[in-house]
Design a protein around this ligand. Structure first.
Ligand code: F6P
Length: 319
């Protein structure tokens, strides 16, 4: 393979730039050319291609977001959209693709592979809801962002002896909430994977105050409940002064952590190795420190379970 393309798709995640850099520079080491596709699958359809050489990906390893831009594209889900994209790829002589994104983006990667353009998926989403990889690019940075925010909330929560409900992202998954909850010492963690009972939550808060706790921090995954609903119920049932914060998109921004940059570099490099050997329709991930190559089809039909050992530990430690 002599010429490949790379795009970022779906929600941006810190470390995507580091992954693009790795793709471009690893490809250069094999004398392969790289085209960046702007705005995800939209750029494939609109032929929004830009030649990337090693120097054009300089000074981006530390930047959040994605310099290629990203988008969610309905048109690429249609046969017509996919055929337009294929025509553009052919016109540019692009023989293989790297797609950096979440599971929605991988559906497009499967479509491209099936239509004769070998495509490798790289997991990039703060939600960390992709199976066959311990971590997706962006999760570690988002986690650190949440923990930093909770640290700050703790200061004011203690000063006022208040209960704080902090809603975090994660779509239908609770990985951000769980890991951030453990790392920040939250009293309660609500995730969509595990049912919860408001009476139990309120009892725990009341007992905590009785034992002399100065505040209570409840982390709610957006897929479990609305932070405002939980906050209102706590206020109603306990009478405690309660405040609610929705962290929102600030979790997606910021300079990527060292971990995310290293992960992105490893996955980007491996993706190019596979394309060099004409292998497509796979995702590269990292499991127990080892690079793992998995069929994209398998990724879409396998759920990523929440780590129940971490959940139980967080519960024990949050007494
Ligand atoms: O998938 C990443 C994510 O940030 C989710 O956690 C969140 O539910 C969603 O994207 C938000 O999407 P948008 O940026 O389109 O509002």
């Amino acid at each position: 393979m002599k010429r490949i393309g790379v795009l970022t798709s779906g929600g941006d995640a810190p470390g995507m730039n580091a992954a693009v850099r790795a793709v471009v520079r690893k490809a250069a080491s094999y004398d392969m050319e790289v085209y960046g596709i702007k705005k995800g699958y939209m750029g494939l359809i609109n032929s929004d291609f830009v030649r990337l050489d090693s120097s054009s990906v300089g000074d981006i390893i530390h930047r959040g977001g994605t310099f290629l831009r990203t988008a969610r594209c309905e048109e690429f889900k249609t046969e017509e959209g996919q055929l337009k994209a294929l025509k553009n790829l052919e016109a540019f002589g692009i023989e293989g693709m790297v797609v950096i994104g979440g599971d929605g983006s991988f559906r497009g990667a499967i479509a491209l592979s099936r239509k004769g353009v070998p495509t490798i998926g790289i997991p990039g989403t703060i939600d960390n809801d992709i199976p066959f990889t311990d971590y997706a690019i962006g999760f570690d940075t988002a986690l650190n962002t949440v923990v930093e925010a909770v640290n700050k909330v703790r200061d004011t929560a203690t000063s006022h002896e208040r209960t704080f409900v902090i809603e975090v992202m994660g779509r239908e998954a609770g990985h951000i909430a769980l890991y951030a909850g453990l790392a920040s010492g939250a009293e309660t963690i609500l995730v969509p994977e595990i049912p919860f009972n408001m009476d139990d939550i309120c009892k725990k808060i009341i007992n905590g105050y009785k034992r002399g706790k100065l505040h209570s921090i409840i982390i709610v995954a957006e897929g479990a409940a609305s932070g405002f609903d939980i906050g209102n119920k706590i206020k109603e049932k306990t009478g405690f002064e309660t405040r609610v914060i929705v962290l929102g998109h600030l979790q997606r921004g910021g300079t990527p952590s060292a971990f995310d940059r290293i992960l992105a570099s490893q996955l980007g490099g491996k993706a190019v190795e596979l394309l060099k050997d004409n292998i497509g329709d796979k995702m590269v991930g990292l499991v127990n420190g080892e690079l793992l190559v998995t069929d994209l089809e398998k990724i879409l039909v396998t759920p990523k379970p929440l780590d129940m050992n971490i959940y139980k530990l967080a519960e024990i430690l949050s007494m």
